[in-house]
Design a protein around this ligand. Sequence first.
Ligand code: F6R
Length: 622
Amino acid sequence: MCGIVAYFGRKPAQPILIEGLKRLEYRGYDSAGLALLEHSDFSIYKTPGRIANLEVILPVPPQKAVLGIGHTRWATHGQPNTTNAHPHVDYTGKIALVHNGIIENYATLKKWLIKEGCTFKSETDTEVAANLIGYFYSKNQTRDGRGCPSECDRFEWAVQQAINEIVGTFGLAILCRDCPETLIGVKKGSPLILGVGKNEFIIASDASAIIEHTSQAVYLSDGEMVTICRDSFSTKTLSNETVDAELKEIEISLDQIELEGFSHYMQKEIAEQPASLETCLNGRIDLKNGRVVLGGIQSRLRELTRTKRIILTACGTAWHAGLVGEFLFEQLARIPAEVEYASEFRYRNPILEEGTVVIAISQSGETADTLAAIEQAKERGATVLGAVNVVGSTIARMTDAGVYLRVGPEIGVASTKAFTAQVAVLSMLAIELGRRRHLSNDVAEGLLKELVAIPNKIKSILTQSEIIRDIAAANVDRENWLFLGRGFNYPVALEGALKLKEISYIHAEGLPAAEMKHGPIALITDGMPAVFIATRCAQYDKIIGNIEEVRARGGRTIVVATEGDEQIRPYADHVIYIPDTCDYFQPLLTVVPLQILAYHAAVLHGHDVDKPRNLAKSVTVE
Ligand code: F6R
């Protein structure tokens, strides 16, 4: 949520910041801004709306400044207007900063700063950080009257004083008018990466804004700051202790973050699933011995095999994957399992018996609620494992061990390829635990063979995009939809409804199909689309009954069915056929036509598929 980028090098900063912001725009896109520092003067450009709006107000040719900071916002405090857009400049006019995250105690700090004579222009929490740094910088002393030690740099010192007052999670990039050769970045909870190029440095919320310039980066840890002075940089803790920076190779490549001929990232990411799933499974399945090798958690497998309970925790789409995981752990490993909304779990004072293992699932590895749920679990002594996509993300670092999804950057706000990889990772884990507990090697081997066949089966679903587009076109004018599934396809019904509502803004409800008659059936009106996942599975006959109930009340049925199932035709206004697989892995296939359906519905409505309204990728606020 919110993207920040900062540049200090030899080239004009303006175009580099704009390119970086475009790469980060998926993190938030309601307003944007830049601050350039040249000859001890700030030039500030801010506007509501997209980066394209910001480009319109920027100087042509670009300003010569080689130092600057930029921001693309997802509003938390204050409307997305020009005043609330970042960068924010402090009351003395000396400090400018951009911010990603939340300052939880901003109201208390603001009250105190006003009492001290500071003025505020915006409604944001961010301006408190700017004013706080400006306050310590101009007063040159702490709250209790101690001055900045002579051996310290005053700008750095003021930043440290301010940050130590702030409660919350955030990343910051900060400039000072008196220090035209200095750029400071701070990480506390929100991601911040320093790209180290030849005579240039880029600070950004994620590697996609850096990779075009350099593949060398320092992944700052929480509570660390970086100070860049012209050609060198140093990293420190917020209490001014030097930290040795470790240069790492950025693991993403430029083509992974380009559209490569697709119209939208979501479309590209749906299409990537055969390849991304293959990468996710690759090297982890030993078919000969019917075993799974998950490097990151191998040393924890004994503990997991003996655990009395598994708790999966996540948000949104990742929670839906977790629900599939719950069913997989119960059915394949015979271990009691529950999936918990991280946002509820964190406040529920949960009871975790000794030996409970918690698995946190997250694409971004930065979701604030999931982070808080992990903290809760750790405080109660649970082992916490992660199933995370973004390498080096906060969740990946704070869990005891974990498995990466390995699907590459997911840029479309609506999660697609991360979901299938999350389900695949949980499937591998459930099979391995099952094999260690009670499944025969033959059964485990059979399941693994089926799992590795899934990527190819997805390919055949992708070829039906046009058929699915026509189904979307025939129903896209309807304002209310139902998604219904049973067993392993119940989580997919929830996911199908979420996909449709988040990008096409059509109201949709996902339900276990049999629950419909306990209330929601009252919603069915003539022509209302009801998407049924009615593949050949344990509950096939039951779901046919549910389809009849909807048809009897005038509902229009869109049915996802198994190839070759002609019996389903009379029950369906539209059929989407998909290849057969066992019940356990059905979500990996049945979700794909629903992703494609939602995609086409959104395109037909003319919506910005990759940047749906009010949303942003990676929800780093509560
Ligand atoms: C929906 C979607 C969200 C995320 C949720 C968790 O398409 O993307 O529901 O799944 O915000 O995000 P991560 O997986 O990054 O923790």
